[in-house]
Design a protein around this ligand. Structure first.
Ligand SMILES: [Zn+2]
Length: 434
């Protein structure tokens, strides 16, 4: 699907083409359109129509050039930090208590246009909107593009913010390698960034009083509630579990059904149990990857290994869901004479966004309308989640009627994007202006 703004699938741009580097910047809505159209072709694959903006590649460099042009075109102080994150400053960074907004410009393989870029483009547009309003800033304001958020190339998400927050050591980062055997330091150096400079950046974080990330919603909660914009409550706890079902390999033609110890049956029943448990709890559970041995068409498997990804709004619910799936799996395995081992391979606890900042956003956004802004949890990770342990962070979500994410079908309507810009401008004005 074409990622145009006017409607899903719209083909020919109907808005005037922008002049690159144009210094005349009217309010946020119109500058949003110009910037959006500038970025739209960058890194888009002609066949899939999805985006391939991977960290430290040519497409990434084009996105980063675009960011620098936006910063310099607005007279903002531009800098790249030690971890390759880009910053555009209005006011003196050293003054402290800065309000920071932004997101990321990289993508997953064949990703959509909105995940990441919507937040960065909306940040510049919100600044334009505030300038058009004649807002007076009492705190420094910065717009940030965090590097390598999706982790598409080196297999680890949020590398830029993890390094900055000290959640990823330099040694761990230096060992990251892409599919072609190129290490992160090699890729950084090839792109002109010093890989020996990377590391924790507490001084930079100490300048920041609040970070607000606007992001396209990666689900349909706002579509279902009829709201254009929402505020994030928390990032759901999530984890991965490996289920090893071991039976007995045998001939698919000569082995009577009653004589079989077929682990595929227990696995299949467990997949259905995962769906049932998740539905009952209002959570999600997915078996998206499977390995079978000996993996022959005419062989009863000896081993079926399935990976469960499960996420829920809180820890107790997630424990209930995964516990229920494991209990069901053990019952099915026993019934079929199968040995079962369950291993938790990774786990990320709940990330609660700063309550005071979240409530402040709700107050600011409800001020004119008197309406209550919806507060949503999310099952996806973000830089704002990584930074939430170091500084007060919050997120705004913009409606995505398809609910699809990490795919070219990801979408946000023009009106909703503009509503997002206005909401972000209101938030920044409420936080950073007199
Ligand atoms: Zn994102």
């Amino acid at each position: 699907m074409e990622a145009e703004l006017s409607s899903p699938g719209a083909g020919v741009p109907t808005l005037p083409q922008p002049v690159r580097g144009d210094r005349v910047r009217p309010g946020g809505g119109s500058s949003f359109h110009s910037m959006w159209r500038e970025l739209l072709p960058v890194g888009r694959h002609p066949d899939s129509r999805g985006y391939r903006r991977f960290a430290w590649t040519g497409a990434d460099a084009e996105c980063r050039d675009w960011f620098r042009e936006q910063a310099e075109g607005r007279g903002l102080g531009y800098e790249v930090d030690r971890n390759g994150n880009q910053w555009a400053w209005l006011g003196d960074p050293a003054a402290g208590n800065a309000v920071v907004t932004g997101s990321h410009l990289d993508s997953v393989p064949d990703g959509g246009a909105f995940d990441g870029p919507l937040g960065v483009v909306s940040s510049f547009a919100a600044l334009d909107e505030l300038r058009a309003r004649g807002a007076g800033f009492t705190r420094p304001l910065a717009i940030v593009n965090f590097g390598d958020e999706e982790g598409a190339r080196f297999g680890l998400a949020c590398v830029g913010s993890r390094l900055t927050a000290g959640h990823l050591t330099v040694e761990q980062a230096h060992r990251l390698t892409d599919g072609d055997g190129i290490t992160l330091p090699q890729a950084m150096a090839a792109a002109g960034h010093d890989p020996d400079a990377i590391g924790p950046d507490p001084e930079r974080l100490a300048r920041i009083g609040a970070f607000v990330e606007l992001h396209v919603e990666q689900g349909r909660a706002l579509d279902l509630s009829g709201d254009q914009v929402g505020v994030a409550s928390a990032i759901w706890p999530h984890g991965r579990w490996r289920f090893d079902f071991r039976g007995e390999a045998n001939h698919a033609g000569t082995t009577r059904l009653v004589d079989r110890r077929d682990p595929m049956l227990s696995y299949a029943e467990t997949v259905l149990a995962a769906r049932r448990e998740a539905e009952l709890a209002g959570a999600v559970a997915t078996f998206g990857k499977i390995a079978v041995e000996p993996n022959g068409v005419n062989a009863i498997p000896s081993l079926v290994r399935g990976w469960l990804d499960s996420r829920a709004a809180d820890q107790a619910t997630l424990d209930t869901v995964v516990g229920g799936i494991e209990k069901a799996a053990r019952e099915y395995a026993e019934a079929h004479g199968i040995d079962l081992a369950v291993v938790r391979e990774s786990f990320t606890p709940v990330v609660e966004f700063d309550h005071a900042l979240r409530d402040e956003l709700g107050r600011i956004l409800g001020r004119d309308t008197g309406l209550t802004v919806p507060v949503l949890g999310t099952g996806a990770g973000h830089d704002a989640g990584i930074l939430s342990g170091s500084i007060p962070t919050a997120m705004l979500f913009v409606r995505n009627p398809t609910g699809v994410s990490h795919s070219p079908a990801e979408f946000a309507a023009e009106d909703d994007c503009v509503a997002g810009v206005e909401a972000l401008a209101d938030v920044l004005e409420g936080l950073a202006c007199a």
